[in-house]
Ligand binder design. Structure first.
Ligand code: ATP
Ligand code: MG
Length: 169
């Protein structure tokens, strides 16, 4: 279905803001703040399965929080080109070594557990996320610098706004 993407992203981020306020156990001792670097009112439409894409966002944002042991801002951007929507999720955490960057989308792959990566994940989150994004004819890529932070970019095809559409609430 065609979804009002900025509204949808707001909805996903609102849930994280609530979890943070309530001191959710999953992210206890992580002092993060989510910053929205996009026009929250602007309607841009993307063709997504909102349940599945919500899982993708949850995975990437949970990673951003988990792998930022000292906390910091998680910055969310939405950019538009003629054909695409680019969602970015940027953290200021541990970062990923260059030689590992190609592997993180591989099933069960986890970067060296010695670097404060105490949370016991399975290493499936990004592999599944990438599959979901590619099934939507999108692309997923990462840029990272160790001890500076990581940014994930998810590119989705934009939907012609004159076609039939639904607003996400
Ligand atoms: P889960 O299946 O519970 O998500 P996971 O988080 O280990 O487990 P992925 O989400 O697939 O698995 O991530 C793979 C690995 O990539 C992680 O173990 C971590 O080492 C690295 N990684 C992912 N996101 C980040 C990030 N934002 N900053 C630093 N390292 C990251
Ligand atoms: Mg994960």
């Amino acid at each position: 279905e065609a979804v009002n993407f900025s509204k949808f992203v707001n909805y996903v981020l609102d849930r994280f803001d609530v979890m943070f306020k309530q001191g959710h156990s999953m992210h206890s001792n992580h002092n993060y703040k989510i910053i929205r670097h996009y026009d929250q009112q602007k309607a841009i439409y993307a063709e997504i399965d909102s349940d599945k894409f919500m899982q993708v966002m949850d995975n990437v944002i949970n990673n951003a929080i988990n792998y930022s042991p000292d906390g910091g801002n998680i910055e969310i951007g939405i950019e538009e080109t003629d054909e695409s929507i680019i969602l970015s999720i940027k953290d200021h955490g541990l970062g990923i070594p260059k030689k590992e960057l190609d592997n993180i989308f591989t099933r069960f792959y986890r970067v060296d557990k010695s670097r404060a990566r105490k949370q016991g994940g399975s290493g499936l989150g990004l592999a599944i996320s990438k599959e979901v994004v590619e099934a939507l004819h999108g692309k997923m890529r990462v840029e990272s610098t160790v001890n500076v932070g990581t940014t994930f970019f998810i590119t989705l095809p934009k939907v012609d706004t004159s076609s039939s559409r639904f607003d996400f609430n």
